[in-house]
Design a protein around this ligand. Structure first.
Ligand SMILES: *[C@@H]1O[C@H](CO)[C@@H](O)[C@H](O)[C@H]1NC(C)=O
Ligand SMILES: *[C@@H]1O[C@H](CO)[C@@H](O)[C@H](O)[C@H]1NC(C)=O
Ligand SMILES: CC(=O)N[C@H]1CO[C@H](CO)[C@@H](O)[C@@H]1O
Length: 459
């Protein structure tokens, strides 16, 4: 009887979660369409007027071209400039500086695939996912072509600032490691020093327990439970990609084009194969959710270093508080409706007792503070499997001059999507946080002298 009740409650929870997420998705989508329509109408009626708003292309100031670009990297379900019409994932923060790039890296693709794409987005050329990885994951080795790189001069003497939100922060770390390991064919002299600074906003460094709530198996952190939110998402994505409706995919893309899931390429049997779990990204685990489990993050982090000539900053968000020893959401109105239930669930999450914990020394109570998508402990700095150099920032002026090779981190009261999409929600906090990030990049982060020989770092 009790069991029946629990299954029933789980189904209700699944129904509510799917509904809330779908509604939010449609809300975003329709906001984007409405924004585009109103802009188109505006332009149409404005035509007779001479007063045309000048669109600036980064050349507004004579020296904008000399500035190193600041590259904003989106997270899960994110999108870059050009997708979803005029909607901005970063809430328009890119307008705060003269030279900001906002790449589009696919919304559900794996951290590895995103890092590869980010490289070619900047350097130009056809995305090369690498032979070994592509064969192992069952997708094409070559992807999208960038006729023109967005920063072709990128190298050690022309390094870049990266700002990553959520999974985007991990993408940048993986890219930096790839540069250090010289894994891009034809760019054998790449190095970690191509990255001047990494700033993480709610970065997913050590994984999140939310992946298990949404449907990843805690046993392996790789496969899906038979009935869960992620299964619905999986089926939706496969069908979306199979129908391959050009204008729709132009508008929003999960980023799985290299898996050839269109009906033109794999036919009806291919669709059945994908849905049954025999092919496609969800079969080989080459998508983002496995990378966000604690097990997946440990596997990734195992190869990632913090480098001595790069500056690292991190903002860890939190929307929980302790009342008489129990962790609970810290507010009702301050948390986005889509995330409220998840904040509550994550604050109560316990690893199943019959499953081995993801690492030695794991304690549920360390992982209770969260922002509705990630655990706060995971966002400050990389800790698993080993902790990287770090420093908690109470007052920014205490830390100057800034040192490279250390993760400076701070806590921010906010949920996971406070600083993206909708800038009004964060109010003045939005400006404060992005102004401080951009100002730090422009004024306080530079290399005093050209880096000397590559540093010997032990793996
Ligand atoms: C996908 O299709 C392209 C041609 O359209 C082909 O070259 C490539 O090998 C295919 N990839 C896979 C994984 O089937
Ligand atoms: C190495 O870097 C130089 C510029 O510093 C570039 O001209 C050259 O093509 C690079 N070589 C390789 C093998 O990538
Ligand atoms: C968030 C997180 O990862 N926490 C753990 C990270 O790894 C270190 C070292 O293994 C643990 O001590 C943390 O609790």
């Amino acid at each position: 009887m009790m069991r029946l009740w629990i299954s029933y409650l789980q189904l209700v929870e699944l129904f509510v979660s799917s509904l809330v997420h779908l509604l939010y998705g449609f809300y975003i989508f329709s906001t984007a369409v409405a924004g585009d329509l109103s802009q188109a109408l505006n332009e149409y009626f404005r035509k007779p007027n001479v007063e045309v708003v000048e669109v600036k292309h980064g050349t507004s100031k004579p020296n904008a071209d000399d500035l190193p670009p600041i590259v904003l990297v989106h997270g899960i379900f994110g999108f870059g400039k050009g997708r979803l019409g005029a909607l901005s994932y970063f809430g328009g923060a890119e307008k705060k500086d003269d030279r900001v790039l906002v790449p589009d890296l696919g919304s559900l693709t794996s951290i590895y695939d995103r890092a590869r794409e980010l490289f070619y987005y900047l350097k130009g050329g056809q995305v090369d996912y690498g032979e070994e990885h592509s064969t192992a994951c069952g997708h094409s080795q070559f992807g999208r072509i960038y006729e023109q790189g967005h920063y072709p001069e990128w190298d050690e003497d022309h390094p870049i600032h990266f700002v990553g939100h959520s999974a985007g922060a991990q993408v940048v770390r993986v890219l930096q490691q790839m540069l250090a390991d010289k894994t891009f064919k034809g760019y054998e002299n790449s190095s970690e020093n191509w990255v001047l600074s990494i700033t993480s906003l709610s970065g997913a460094f050590n994984g999140t327990t939310r992946t298990y709530t949404d449907g990843m198996q805690p046993e392996d952190g790789k496969t899906l439970k038979p009935i869960c939110l992620l299964q619905l998402c999986r089926i939706g994505v496969i069908i979306y990609d199979w129908f391959d409706i050009a204008w729709l995919k132009n508008y929003y893309n999960f980023g799985f084009d290299h898996f050839n899931m269109s009906w033109r390429k794999m036919g009806l049997w291919g669709l059945v194969d994908c849905l049954l779990g025999n092919a496609g990204p969800f079969a080989s685990g080459d998508w983002i959710l496995p990378d966000l489990t604690i097990q997946g993050s440990i596997k990734l982090n195992y190869h990632l270093q913090t480098f001595p000539n790069t500056y690292y900053f991190s903002y860890a968000t939190k929307r929980t508080t302790k009342i008489m020893g129990v962790t609970v959401p810290s507010s009702i109105l301050g948390i986005h409706p889509m995330l409220f239930l998840r904040v509550l669930q994550m604050s109560q999450w316990c690893f199943p007792p019959d499953v081995p914990p993801p690492y030695k020394g794991y304690r549920d109570e360390d992982w209770q503070d969260n922002d509705g998508a990630l655990n706060t402990i995971s966002m400050t700095h990389p800790r698993l499997p080993i902790e990287h150099p770090n420093c908690l920032v109470e007052k920014e002026s205490d830390c100057k001059p800034l040192q490279p090779g250390i993760w400076y981190y701070t806590y921010v009261k906010g949920d996971h999507i406070l600083f993206i999409i909708n800038r009004e929600r964060a109010g003045v906090q939005f400006d404060l946080i992005y102004d401080s990030i951009f100002e730090r990049c422009r004024k306080h982060v530079f290399r005093k002298k050209p880096p000397t020989m590559p540093n010997e770092i032990n793996h």
